[in-house]
Design a binder for this molecule. Structure first.
Ligand SMILES: Nc1ncnc2c1ncn2[C@@H]1O[C@H](COP(=O)(O)OP(=O)(O)O)[C@@H](O)[C@H]1O
Ligand SMILES: [Mg+2]
Length: 337
């Protein structure tokens, strides 16, 4: 912003900065008076450049801003937790991660089940090490060591698998936080497949950008979604928490509005049902994103593009849908009784 004509830092600048904290501001001034500097600081200006405007002075200001950003911008963490077992959480998490990796982003998948998680099977990987090894060694997590604990999958993503045995010591929440911080620093995207019944895992998701509660359109999963989404919204900022509906059926008795009304969280996306594609992918250990071009992979690809912040046209994004169905009262009663 060039204020050389009037010499004043506009009052609106502070408001704009508060609304868009990621936007950097360089102020161009005639001279750096104490008054201008104080007002610039109060408005959240990042750099001031005074006359004479040389290439070095302007370039230096921009370089300093970029350097600051590089240290602040980390990767994004997307967490998936099922409203109930069998709703399709692992399938969705694995395929979303595959879609992100297909967009050439370094993507880490962490199967957060303390034991016997099945993401490795879905990814066709046979990892020698697991989450347990990572949590046992948080004091020496560097990229070389960590890479040794993971498996590179044919889906193009890096997998930290769940162990094939029961851990002998309880999970230490502090170590999960260290692991997630490490993931944020080293991978563009981290996708978590979370067990819904492990408090330590669900209590340590501060690093997550978004938490998706996966549900189906049946009463037991909607009840589960209420419980999980409610716990997550109390623990974290509610705008981080949304629902996704797997095996979506437009004609089903329980609709999107019913689910949103009961769960008090927005349905962010729906994914069609395709049992043949889902099961074949599972049996082959190859995410369907790698092989199939049908509606289900199409929806996952669109969702992943949305997560990656790319423009999406049309589609099944449902964050704007907020109508409450007539059956809501009955459903709410059923869900809480
Ligand atoms: N969109 C879908 N359409 C049809 N079947 C699905 C879909 N997503 C998952 N499935 C199937 O549902 C079953 C459970 O999936 P899984 O991802 O293991 O669920 P969860 O992790 O919630 O227990 C699997 O047989 C899987 O193939
Ligand atoms: Mg699962």
């Amino acid at each position: 912003m060039d204020i050389r004509a009037h010499g004043q830092v506009p009052a609106a600048l502070g408001v704009v900065k508060r609304q868009h904290p990621e936007t950097s501001v360089v102020l161009v001034v005639t001279a750096l008076t104490p008054e201008v500097m104080l007002n610039a600081m109060r408005a959240g200006v990042n750099e001031c450049v005074a006359e004479p405007l040389t290439v070095d002075a302007v370039g230096g200001a921009i370089t300093r801003i970029i350097a600051q950003r590089a240290t602040h911008v980390g990767g994004q963490v997307f967490a998936f937790v099922g409203a109930k077992g069998g709703v399709g959480t692992t399938t969705l998490a694995v395929n979303v991660a595959t879609a992100l990796a297909q967009q050439h982003h370094s993507t880490l998948f962490i199967d957060m089940h303390p034991s016997y998680g099945d993401a490795a099977v879905q990814l066709g990987a046979e990892p020698r090490f697991s989450l347990t090894d990572a949590l046992d060694n948080t004091h020496r997590l560097d990229l070389a060591f960590f890479t040794g604990l993971t498996a590179q999958t044919r889906a193009g993503l890096t997998l930290l698998a769940s162990p094939d045995n029961t851990p002998t010591v309880p999970i230490d929440p502090h170590r999960i936080r260290l692991l997630l911080d490490f993931a944020v620093r080293n991978y563009r995207y981290t996708v978590l497949d979370l067990p819904r019944s492990n408090p330590a895992m669900l209590d340590t998701l501060e690093a997550a950008q978004s938490i998706f509660v996966v549900t189906n359109q049946e009463l037991a999963s909607v009840r589960g979604a209420c419980r999980v989404a409610d716990a997550m919204s109390r623990r974290y900022s509610p705008d981080k928490v949304s629902l996704v509906v797997s095996r979506f059926d437009k004609g089903a008795e329980i609709g999107i509005e019913d689910i949103e009304g009961v769960v008090h969280a927005p349905v962010r996306f729906t994914f069609p049902s395709d049992y043949r594609v889902a099961v074949q992918a599972l049996n082959e250990g190859k995410p369907f994103m790698l092989t199939d071009r049908g509606k289900l992979p199409g929806a996952v690809a669109q969702f992943a593009r949305q997560l990656a912040g790319e423009a999406v046209e049309g589609g099944t994004s449902l964050s704007k849908v907020r109508a409450f169905g007539a059956r809501l009262g009955a459903l709410r009663w059923l869900a809480t009784s």
